[in-house]
Design a protein around this ligand. Structure first.
Ligand code: HOZ
Length: 429
């Protein structure tokens, strides 16, 4: 694989961008590689600056559920470009996307657009604190809710990838209000809620954890969170930044039939453009400024290009059989990867929820962050590099999920399984 141009670009990038990247995980440090620089993408394929092509399982970390450059999304963007790129004033498009979200997600009656998942979760926490008049927040180890100070505690994604507990620059006094508990540990939550329930503003959770690799919720876990928050007057926040419109059109809350008080979205609802949103019950959302007193604002919020791309994307997801078809391919991929690991004699755990996939190099059942951390990271790094060499683009971290899109065909799924088989066989030798 040629990498001359990517290497040259990376050398230039590190001189003027910290670590050469605008988000840490993509620097590929955890797998001991340098990033490939992308030139363009189409469907499920990425093409780098050196002319190499890859089957893409990152999908821009989730948003590209239709694949890259879907014709309807491109058309919608072209139409808006004719009219302007940002007005900082209300547009009809914002109402249209808000209505689509409200129609899709049962627990959401009102929604506020922001620009990223981080903004959505940060604003949701402020809202929960404002509504309840309480300060304490419960989150779960290995869940990542963006990089707002309050939530940068025992986090997943890049924080897990670099093996750091938190970040310098986050005052102790800020995170002393954040309690982080083991994911899926019903008793740990019950214990804290029994002792301090009346001080807890909210519990925030990834209903399917996707930032410590993929970890599905244990039966009863989400139900118990709903029950305990309800009993103590705390709010339940579902961070559906990854799972929203991904595991089902109505998100993980539709899949597991739970109604949180506030939900956070991003990724898919922007169709590949920077966007986020938080929404929930009307009586809660009416506390948001200017209707209420909880302040939150943004110059580019509701940006017309992002709204148009989001609307065009959600319209496609409504097609009959969309999720069934995509999920079938993910199931086939998960099954194939599992078999490939077994026949290579390599200990691995493969799981999927809809089109989100996890692949851990451990023999332990992965139900929380401690289990995820038993994964053999050296083996993962070798696997990542082997797969990249065979034209398969995976997230360069054990603590991220894979995403299958509607644009992946059986041919690409089979090619991926074959490549994994070859790489895993080589690794055993
Ligand atoms: N932390 C995000 C994924 N969970 C984005 C990583 C990146 O863009 O580098």
């Amino acid at each position: 694989m040629k990498q001359k141009k990517s290497r040259r670009l990376f050398e230039s990038a590190v001189k003027i961008i910290p670590g050469g990247v605008n988000s840490p995980v993509r620097a590929c440090r955890a797998v001991g590689a340098d990033p490939v620089f992308i030139d363009h993408a189409d469907g499920c394929m990425l093409f780098d600056a050196d002319g190499n092509s890859y089957i893409d399982y990152v999908g821009s970390w989730g948003p590209m559920i239709l694949g890259h450059r879907h014709p309807r999304v491109i058309e919608a963007l072209a139409e808006i470009l004719e009219r302007g790129t940002s007005f900082g004033a209300p547009t009809e498009l914002e109402i249209n996307l808000a209505e689509m979200i409200v129609d899709a997600v049962e627990s959401v009656e009102m929604v506020r657009m922001v620009n990223s998942g981080t903004e959505a979760t940060m604003s949701a926490i402020r809202l929960a604190r404002g509504v309840t008049g309480r300060d304490l927040v419960i989150k779960f180890d290995g869940c990542y809710h963006g990089h707002a100070d309050t939530l940068l505690v025992e986090a997943g994604s890049g924080v897990a990838t670099f093996g750091i507990p938190g970040s310098p620059g986050v005052p102790k006094s800020v995170v002393e209000h954040t309690l982080s508990l083991p994911y899926n540990d019903i008793e740990a939550v019950r214990d804290i809620m029994t002792r301090q329930g009346d001080r807890i503003a909210c519990i925030i959770v990834e209903p399917v954890a996707g930032n410590m690799g993929l970890v599905a919720p244990a039966p009863g876990f989400l139900e118990m969170l709903r029950e305990l928050t309800h009993a103590s007057g705390s709010l339940l926040i579902f961070d559906e930044v990854m799972t929203g419109f991904r595991v089902a059109y109505g998100g993980a809350q539709a899949l597991y039939n739970i109604r949180p008080d506030i939900s956070c979205f991003a990724k898919i609802i922007g169709g590949g453009l920077p966007v986020g949103a938080y929404g929930g019950r009307r009586d809660i959302m009416e506390h948001v400024s200017p209707r209420g007193a909880v302040y939150q604002a943004g110059t580019l919020s509701g940006n017309p290009l992002a709204m148009a791309a989001g609307i065009a994307t959600l319209e496609q997801l409504k097609a009959h059989g969309f999720y069934e078809n995509m999920n079938k391919k993910a199931e086939q991929l998960a099954g194939g990867l599992k078999k490939a690991a077994e026949s290579a004699g390599i200990k691995a755990r493969v799981d999927h929820v809809g089109s989100m996939l996890g692949f851990f190099f451990t023999d332990r059942e992965v139900t929380n962050f401690e289990d995820a951390k038993t994964s053999d990271l050296e083996l993962f790094a070798a696997y990542y590099k082997g797969m990249l060499n065979k034209g398969i683009y995976l997230a360069p971290s054990q603590f991220e999920s894979l995403f299958v899109s509607a644009a992946h065909g059986i041919e690409q799924i089979e090619a991926t399984i074959k490549a994994a088989g070859e790489v895993l066989d080589e690794l055993r030798e």
